[in-house]
Design a binder for this molecule. Structure first.
Ligand SMILES: [Ca+2]
Ligand SMILES: [Ca+2]
Ligand SMILES: [Ca+2]
Ligand SMILES: [Ca+2]
Length: 359
């Protein structure tokens, strides 16, 4: 019993000492605490057991939460509820990470959009190539209204070749001057040989032109649309309304690429020979198929060029607007890479049919 009293006094002194250091505790029997010492209103507790002999009744000291600083006054937020603010560096790092992630996302979206534009352009040029080449190759067997009876074979072949080229120019114009003028030395709106009226399709083009005069911009693209819309109306079902627009608002539509720019057209593009993979300046091995008797020894196979400016929307391909056909398809220089705006050649990203025609 004396030992128990001694132990109680010891525990009491310990609790008092803790209380002087801001530690709240209770002292009493475990199942019935009898005294509370220096309680400060906190809730969390942990137990400190005091070793006692096995014969003694168990006492325990419950050590309440240790408060190093006084409890917050009423009406003031405690540490637990206080929101920790960011430092400037943390804020800048966070903004940088967000900007980097946003940049990556926007970059991926932009790349996907460009890929979609390229795919649309390639698909459209493939269709245009199919339609135009059908028309172009039909001239291999087209009859022309010229008289060659009694002429030497080569002379007859020469006249027929000239007439076919005249017919192509009139039925497949790639500039408005092909519609409203004639060859530099020929009869207006007629074949070079003889006084033969221009074909009916060419008359339709002229009527369309005189109805409302187009602006000079995008003439080759407007001619491409007109060739198909007026000359091959059944082929128009291959195209969607979204493939067609009027970039210069002159009432003469154009087929438009994935970037909304007109798709250009050159019936003959001799200057593109150095760029093309299928048009080779080799009159011997790639002779003009319309010249069956080789009456034009320098003539190599010309293939219509259908092209988009590509991602940068710049064509940088010579059209030679002032050129007027005068009997030779090879002297216009049309199709030659040309720095139109002085910022360097931008034709490398162009999309055209001189690659895809091989696929
Ligand atoms: Ca125009
Ligand atoms: Ca137009
Ligand atoms: Ca380009
Ligand atoms: Ca350029």
């Amino acid at each position: 019993m004396n030992r128990l009293r001694g132990l109680t006094r010891c525990a009491s002194r310990l609790a008092g000492g803790l209380a002087r250091h801001g530690v709240g505790c209770t002292l009493g029997r475990k199942d019935n605490p009898t005294r509370r010492l220096a309680a400060d209103g906190t809730s969390a507790r942990r137990n400190v057991r005091v070793a006692v002999p096995a014969t003694a009744k168990r006492y325990h000291i419950s050590v309440l939460k240790i408060n190093k600083r006084p409890a917050a006054p009423a009406g003031r937020r405690s540490d637990r509820g206080r929101v920790r603010s960011f430092t400037l560096i943390e804020l800048l790092v966070t903004i940088s990470i967000i900007a980097m992630l946003a940049g990556l996302t926007l970059g991926a979206l932009q790349a996907a959009r460009q890929t979609a534009c390229e795919a649309k352009t390639k698909a459209l040029i493939t269709k245009l190539n199919h339609v135009i080449m059908q028309r172009y190759e039909s001239y291999l067997t087209r009859r022309v209204p010229i008289r060659t009876l009694g002429l030497p074979p080569n002379e007859a072949a020469r006249r027929r070749l000239d007439a076919i080229r005249d017919l192509m120019r009139m039925e497949m114009p790639d500039r408005w001057s092909d519609v409203y003028t004639t060859s530099a030395s020929g009869t207006p709106h007629r074949y070079a040989w003889g006084s033969i009226p221009r074909p009916a399709l060419s008359e339709m083009y002229l009527a369309r032109y005189t109805q409302k005069e187009p602006t000079g911009e995008f003439g080759p693209a407007e001619c491409l649309y007109m060739i198909i819309a007026l000359g091959m109306p059944e082929a128009m079902e291959n195209f969607n309304p979204s493939d067609i627009g009027d970039a210069d608002g002159d009432g003469f539509p154009e087929f438009q690429d994935g970037w909304g720019r007109p798709i250009m057209f050159l019936r003959w593009a001799p200057g593109f020979t150095g760029v093309s993979e299928i048009q080779i300046n080799d009159p011997v091995n790639h002779h003009d198929p319309f010249d069956t008797r080789h009456v034009d020894p320098a003539a190599y196979h010309l293939i219509p060029l259908i092209y988009s400016g590509g991602r940068d929307k710049e064509y940088d391909i010579e059209v030679n607007k002032t050129y007027v056909y005068d009997g030779s398809p090879y002297d216009s220089g049309a199709g030659t890479p040309l720095d139109e705006d002085g910022d360097g050649l931008n034709h490398y990203d162009n999309i055209h049919n001189h690659y895809m025609a091989q696929e």
